[in-house]
Design a protein around this ligand. Structure first.
Ligand SMILES: [Zn+2]
Length: 278
């Protein structure tokens, strides 16, 4: 993938992620090996589920037109693989905003676990300090950014960072809530960036490229293409997170058929970013 390398200096890559490749018909994905003690971060691929084309196979999104029972079966398999309760997985409705919300009450846990309904409607980032309350957001090209801090009071944040949310500040907002409301110092925050459409494939119009250039600088644009991960890293670094705490899976969802890609396929499923506190 052709990137402006200076943005990536000091950033960790593949070695931070362990591919989990269980037997047939079980979810495939990447466990983030650098998650702070007491926190867990997992990025799914599209394999190991029961959904049929064009959603095959591990579609986690109820909202894309797939068979509801199959999505539920996929989410249940993912939960069981991690020893968590599928009914306790919380998912907001995502709308490409910069809005980040708190999952703070037991009564909110499990919103969106069995269908589209969620009390978090709409938002594109969910933060929690609740134990055993996994947060799952959905992706098909947009960038998953998971933030976590361990210690006495662990906190995890899952952000849906597409081009609009990034420009509007979803990553900045996520870091700000962790530092301002939960007292996590920027140098105590670890960031894991999951699979997303890369600058190899993400061609945009002149005005969007201009927005990126203006907001993040020239390193975020390569020719007519934007680099979502570069933009996120620029915001993370400027929020004070050390490069060494930033980890990038660096897989392009559009040229790698192990993932769902809206740009490539239009009607398709959603892979996920899942994080929870033990
Ligand atoms: Zn690509």
């Amino acid at each position: 993938m052709n990137r402006n390398q200076s943005v990536y200096d000091g950033i960790n890559s593949y070695g931070s992620f362990a591919k989990v490749n269980p037997v047939f018909r079980l979810p495939l994905g990447w466990r983030f090996a650098g998650a702070p003690a007491g926190t867990n971060i997992f990025f799914t691929m599209r394999h190991g589920g029961v959904s049929r084309p064009p959603y095959e196979s591990l579609n986690l999104g109820f909202h894309v037109g797939d068979d509801h029972a199959r999505v539920l079966q996929n989410r249940t398999a993912l939960a069981e693989m991690h020893g968590i309760d599928p009914g306790g997985i919380t998912s907001p409705r995502q709308r490409h905003t910069a809005r980040v919300m708190l999952l703070e009450r037991d009564g909110q846990v499990g919103s969106g676990a069995f269908g589209e309904q969620s009390v978090f409607d709409p938002c594109d980032g969910l933060i929690t300090t609740l134990r055993k309350a996994p947060v799952l957001l959905h992706f098909a090209d947009c960038l998953p950014v998971v933030l976590a801090a361990g210690g006495e009071r662990p906190v995890v944040t899952v952000l849906h960072a597409g081009r609009k949310g990034l420009v509007d500040g979803v990553v900045k907002n996520g870091v700000a809530v962790m530092t301002d409301q939960f007292g996590a110092g920027p140098d105590s925050i670890t960031a894991a960036l999951g699979p997303a459409i890369g600058p190899c494939c993400y061609q945009v119009g002149v005005s969007i490229a201009g927005d990126f250039q203006a907001r993040f600088g020239p390193e975020s644009v390569i020719g007519a293409n934007v680099d979502l991960a570069a933009a996120a890293i620029i915001d993370l670094k400027s929020a004070g997170i050390p490069p060494d705490n930033i980890h990038l899976l660096d897989a392009c969802t559009c040229c790698n058929h192990d993932y769902y890609s809206y740009r490539r396929d239009g009607v398709t499923g959603r892979h996920g970013a899942l994080a929870w506190i033990e």
